[in-house]
Design a protein around this ligand. Structure first.
Ligand code: PLP
Length: 376
């Protein structure tokens, strides 16, 4: 099997799974319980949180566990909207967000909030002048992802923060960092709220993080017994949390070295695919090498995906969560419906081998020739 869909999800790391299993067995107490078993579980959970907080240079009480990035995005964006609606009802986002962010924005729009979509240039970079001009006294939130999940375009969050806070210091900044954490270095201090998920960083599925700067107040969208966590009440999943902290530590180690290796694999694929007239490489100055997006002229991406699958090679058409639709991100960058209508996302990892890349390239060649009617 050649798995080239690491941006959809990653296999759980062996050490991470081991940590999960051991914690489940030896620390099964409810951290909300007052007795010894509860205290033991709570202490372990707290040390896992301390480790995550240290890695991102934030405070432990700024970390909230959720069940994934979709949940974190909901708790963050809805929480800002509910908390600040009397101050303003204007939210700015980009055209390069994950469907979960759009779904929340669409909902907020349906109940009276105003959503503005900041322009981006032909490299996928947010248009800073447009952003500046969109910020108003009633802008309560700017939400812009760190790395676009379909194309890998990375945004300069520090710069975005400077622009936003200069125009309106009360505007809160949220960033969905799901495709950035573990791939490139991130700085939570560039934003007020940040989101990521365990299953994209070789961690378990079903656990995500919301970083919330302690100066920000969110209205909770979930209610229950909040003894440990006000924003996501209920029994904390201690084994998932402890396993996540291991995954975060492993994924944030050797980031640059891994990136250089992945860049070489990426270039090898780009080099091989550039020779096809009917293939467009959707790569710009700002794309990270872990995600390689291509468009196919006159071949349906889904047909190509299944042909690769028959050879046990796995890739995505746009994001796993929006398969079947036109790629909104490719459309936003290239403003070309044909280019956006048939896209494949090949996503790479430090676990990807040169042999796997070679197999992908040769298989791609034979499928391409077959499907485009070019026979040798
Ligand atoms: N945000 C981004 C940028 C993503 O790539 C994804 C997953 O594809 C999500 C959010 C959703 O994450 P989860 O599956 O943990 O809800």
């Amino acid at each position: 099997m050649v798995y080239l869909d690491y941006s959809a999800t990653t296999p759980v790391g062996y050490e991470v799974l081991d940590t999960y299993n051991r914690t489940n067995k030896d620390f099964f107490g409810n951290p909300n319980s007052l007795h010894e078993l509860g205290v033991k579980a709570k202490n372990l959970m707290n040390s896992a949180t301390k480790q995550i907080a240290e890695i991102f240079s934030v405070n432990e009480n700024e970390i909230t566990y959720t069940n994934g990035a979709t949940s974190s995005n909901n708790i963050a964006i809805l929480g800002v909207a509910l908390q600040n609606h009397k101050r303003g009802q204007h939210i700015i986002t980009s055209k390069l967000e994950h469907p979960s962010v759009y779904a929340i924005c669409n909902y907020l729009e349906s109940i009276g909030f105003e959503i503005s979509y900041v322009k981006n240039d032909s490299e996928g970079l947010i248009d800073f002048e447009d952003l500046k001009s969109l910020i108003r006294p009633d802008t309560i939130l700017v939400t812009i992802c760190a790395v676009n999940s379909e194309t890998g375009v990375r945004q300069p969050l520090k710069m975005i923060r400077q622009i936003v806070k200069k125009e309106n210091p009360n505007t809160i900044i949220h960033s969905d960092m799901t495709q950035a954490v573990g791939k490139v270095s991130v700085n939570f201090h560039d934003v007020d709220l940040a989101t990521f998920t365990g299953h994209k960083i070789y961690g378990p599925k079903g656990i995500g993080v919301l970083y919330k700067n302690s100066n920000i107040t969110l209205t909770p969208i979930l209610y229950g017994s909040g003894s440990v966590n006000m924003l996501n009440p209920g029994t904390p999943p201690v084994p998932l949390i402890v396993a996540l902290s291991k995954a975060v530590r492993l994924a944030t180690t050797d980031i640059e070295k891994r990136e250089r290796f992945i860049e070489r694999l990426n270039l090898k694929i780009v080099d091989a695919l550039s020779k096809y007239e009917g293939v467009m490489i959707n790569k710009t100055k700002y794309t990270i090498p872990h995600i390689l997006n291509i468009s196919l002229r006159n071949i349906k991406a889904e047909t190509f995906l299944h042909a690769l699958e028959e050879n046990e090679i796995y890739v995505s058409t746009n994001t796993a969560c929006s398969s079947g639709n036109m790629s909104q991100s490719v459309l936003a960058i290239y403003n070309d419906k044909v280019r956006a209508s048939s896209t494949l996302r090949i996503s790479l990892s430090h676990l990807t081998t040169t042999e796997e890349v070679n197999k992908f390239i040769t298989t791609f060649d034979s499928i391409y020739k077959k499907l485009s009617g070019l026979h040798e």
